[in-house]
Design a protein. Sequence first.
Length: 248
Amino acid sequence: MSKSYGIFSEFYDILTSNIDYKKRAEYFNELIKKHGGQHNGILLDLACGTGSLSEEFEHLGYDVIAVDNSPEMLCIAMNKKIENNTNIQYVCQDMRDLDLFGNTDITVCALDSLNHLDSFDDLCTVFSKVFLFTEPGGLFLFDINTEYKHNVILGEHTFIYDTDDVYCVWQNSCQNNTVNIELDFFVPEGEKYTRYTENFQETAYPIGDIENALKDVGFEILGIYDDDSFEPVRLNSERAVFAVRKGV
């Protein structure tokens, strides 16, 4: 799992401009209401990146703590905080070493962040950490890329992003549900382009294994949904959304 994202953080918001963060936050808010979570409670945005989703959660009335292990990403998030005059508390931590001063009512981990962990054991460690810092009756909501998405949609494919600020070539290779991702950034500097390269991996796991790991920690499974819907996850779902609760 990468400790930071360097040049990727600089262009992350540009390359993810297709994500409707307001809509995503509203979806998670509906999940929270559906499963009896505490609206306006303390919400942990785990692996918050540049803080776009954190900002939307605060607009919805939550008291937001946002954690990420990339100083570069958090620097951008802090600039948004200053610009928008929000009260989000940003913390630089690896999610596997989560250590908060108190418990949260809700934890959200979005945008396939859990797929970036190095192993299934790491995933189980994160589940344990979130359970530890969740109030009794509190919710843990997260999305995760499926094996189908890794093997069929991402697979061996290459994607091109051409913007005014950067030209990015995104190349994938997939083996055993792990996608190796190589990003080449070509940044205009005067009449020339400077090339930067970053690499990272994402791994998908069987839905049943994730369920069992959550139950082993002590979470109750409330629902497993197909990508930002309230329909059950399917064999060809690209993203599974889990809603689980810590017992009272």
